[in-house]
Every structure is written in structure tokens, then in C-alpha cells.
Ligand binder design. Structure first.
Ligand code: SF4
Ligand code: SF4
Length: 351
């Protein structure tokens, strides 16, 4: 029997803005949603589960991750219940649910905790700089190894266990009887969606948004590769240097446009920006911009007299790698791709 959590709506409100009590179950949102079909009542099923406090049903569902927030349901809702934002809030709540450390939930719900965590890491970087007598080469050396260490540690200790937890909640616990072979045959779905985000194209008006996301994902992943594995800041290879410049320009130009659109509230998705949404785009913008400036200062022979610039870049990098990637909105990129993968596996099992 399904368990009801009477406090669920109050808890969910801490993850976003919407008015659940306004919904009178008219079905308009389902009629306009491109993801709806005879088997899936998008997003109304999630609205009903949330109103009724069916926490267990939501935990075992992949539906919140399949929505790309086109906002059609919110603009057509006659009661202004904002089902699109409800789906977004459910994604944040699920991120906190999957996270075994509990830090995602804390950072999503508390502005003070987020501020203190960002401040603590900034102080640690400056302290480390002082400990190393602000010696640029040593700090840059540390910065490079930090990137490699952070990728491995965050992946193995945080993201992988959380993905397994997600699998346990959405496939194993509901008793999905998928053959082991389907985990291999569905891998293509995971890779394609992770790199192309092509499900966004299901929302007709989002072609530009999809293209920007696509370019951003490619720019971000390739800059990561260029800085970590090709050691961009120390490289003397002209091709690597130019590649890094191009990738960092792509990141800060695209994220600047995201910030501009969020400020102008042009689309439905921009109307209820949560602190985590702002942190994600602003930090990505700052990462691209500061990486570009660091390399520019190196090439101009100015970095030794402007160590502060590398320290600022390192602070942004450390905050990004230790807070936003494992506990913030970056995880949506991962969970969404795995949700599509798991959904494909479920289909092969006939669920
Ligand atoms: S969320 Fe709005 S459109 Fe959807 S069923 Fe409720 S009232 Fe109707
Ligand atoms: S935001 Fe778009 S994709 Fe998501 S539930 Fe609403 S109509 Fe469907």
C-alpha cells in the first residue's frame, strides 16, 4: 500500500515555487505536454502524486527527469498552479533524495549554508596560497593536480553511489525485471542523450535553447579535457593554446546569454530561478572567463605580477568542483541522462 507523507508539499516548497493547492485536475497541462501519451499523463501524474503526498511513488519515478522545462504546461494552466516549476522542484528534491551525504538538500534549502560553504572554500584556497608563500608556480601546480583529484574523488565517492541509489529507487525497488543484456544494449541512449541532450527537441520552440545547451556541454567537456589532460595553462603547443581559448570563449559567451535571458525573464523557465540555477550559470560563466584571462595573462607575461587572478580562478574552480558539480544543478545533467537510460531499460522489461 502506498504511504502518504502529509508534510510532503511543505517540504517540496523549500525546493521551488508553485501553488499545488490551486490545481483542480483539469488536465490542460497534460493536453499540451509533448511528453504525454496514453500511458503517461505528463505532468499531471506528478502533480497528483505531489498533492497527495505520495513520496514513495515520486522517488521511484523517472518522469521528473524526462521533462525539459519548456514551460507550455505552466503557460496554459488556467489556475496558475505552475506545473512546469513543480517538475523542476521535484528534480531538485530527487537530487537531494539520491545524495547519500545529505549536502544537496542542505545547500538547496539553505541560502546561509550555501554562502558559508562557498566562503569556507574561498578561505581555504587563500590560506593555501599564503601557506605556499603565494608562490605562483607551486599554486598552479597544485591547481592542476586538484582538478584531476577532484574529478576522480567526486565521481567515485559522490556521483557513482548516488547514481546507484537512483537505480535502486527507480529500477530495483519497484521490481523491474530487465535482462542484464538490456543494460548494455541501452548504453547508446545514455551516451547520445548525455552529449546531445536531444530530448529537448521534443519541445518545438526550444531549438535555440537546445543548440546553446549542446554547444555549452561540448565546450565545457572539451575545456575540462584541455585543462586537465592537455595541461592548457602550461602548454606551449599552439593548437592546444588556441583550442583552450576557443572553448573558454564558448563557455562565457553562452552562459552570459543564459544570465541575460534569466534577468529578462524571457522564457517560462527563467521566471522562478532558484539560487542553485543562478549559481550554476554564474559559476560556469566565471570559470570560462577566468580561465581565458589566466591564459591571456600567461601569454602576455603578466601573471607573475598578478597572482590574484589565478587565485580567483582557483577559488571559482574549487567551489565549482566541490559544491556545484557533486551537490548542485550540474548533477541534473547526469541524472537526466541516466533517467533516459533507465527508462529505456524499463521499456525493454515491458514496464
Ligand atoms: S496543473 Fe493546472 S492545467 Fe494541470 S491539471 Fe492542475 S489546474 Fe489543470
Ligand atoms: S515543462 Fe514542458 S515538458 Fe515539462 S511537463 Fe510541462 S509541458 Fe511537459
Amino acid at each position: 500500500m502506498a504511504r502518504i507523507n502529509p508534510d510532503f508539499t511543505d517540504e517540496l516548497k523549500k525546493y521551488g515555487a508553485f501553488d499545488l493547492n490551486a490545481c483542480y485536475n483539469c488536465g490542460n497541462c497534460t493536453a499540451v505536454c509533448a511528453l504525454s501519451d496514453e500511458d503517461n499523463s505528463f505532468p499531471r501524474k506528478m502533480v497528483r502524486y505531489s498533492v497527495l503526498g505520495l513520496e514513495g511513488e515520486i522517488k521511484s519515478s523517472l518522469h521528473p527527469w524526462l521533462c525539459y522545462y519548456c514551460g507550455e504546461c505552466s503557460t496554459t494552466c488556467p489556475r496558475e498552479a505552475d506545473p512546469g516549476e513543480l517538475m523542476m522542484s521535484l528534480r531538485r528534491w530527487l537530487t537531494a533524495t539520491y545524495d547519500w551525504t545529505g549536502l544537496s538538500g542542505l545547500l538547496y534549502k539553505s541560502v546561509a549554508a550555501s554562502f558559508l560553504a562557498f566562503l569556507f572554500l574561498a578561505i581555504m584556497v587563500v590560506w593555501f596560497g599564503a601557506y605556499e608563500s603565494f608562490h605562483l608556480d607551486t599554486i598552479m601546480h597544485f591547481g592542476h593536480y586538484f582538478e584531476m583529484l577532484a574529478i576522480g574523488t567526486v565521481l567515485l565517492l559522490i556521483l557513482l553511489p548516488n547514481i546507484i541509489h537512483m537505480w535502486w529507487l527507480t529500477l530495483y525497488k519497484p521490481g523491474t525485471k530487465a535482462p542484464i543484456s538490456s543494460y548494455f544494449t541501452s548504453l547508446g541512449e545514455l551516451i547520445v542523450h548525455m552529449f546531445t541532450q536531444k530530448r529537448t527537441l521534443g519541445c518545438d520552440e526550444n531549438r535555440l535553447r537546445w543548440f546553446e545547451h549542446f554547444v555549452l556541454v561540448l565546450g565545457y567537456l572539451s575545456l575540462l579535457f584541455t585543462t586537465v589532460f592537455l595541461n592548457w595553462f602550461e602548454s606551449r603547443n599552439l593548437f592546444v593554446i588556441i583550442l583552450g581559448y576557443l572553448e573558454s570563449i564558448i563557455i562565457f559567451v553562452v552562459t552570459f546569454d543564459f544570465v541575460r535571458r534569466r534577468l529578462k525573464k524571457e522564457a517560462e523557465i527563467s521566471k522562478h530561478a532558484h539560487l542553485s540555477d543562478w549559481l550554476f550559470v554564474i559559476w560556469l560563466f566565471l570559470m570560462g572567463l577566468s580561465a581565458f584571462l589566466v591564459r591571456l595573462f600567461i601569454d602576455a607575461g603578466l601573471l607573475h605580477d598578478n597572482l590574484w587572478l589565478y587565485l580567483v580562478h582557483l577559488i571559482i574552480l574549487v567551489q565549482w568542483a566541490l559544491l556545484i558539480v557533486p551537490f548542485g544543478k550540474w548533477t541534473h545533467f547526469l541524472y537526466r541522462s541516466f533517467a533516459i537510460y533507465f527508462e529505456h531499460i524499463k521499456k525493454t522489461a515491458g514496464d
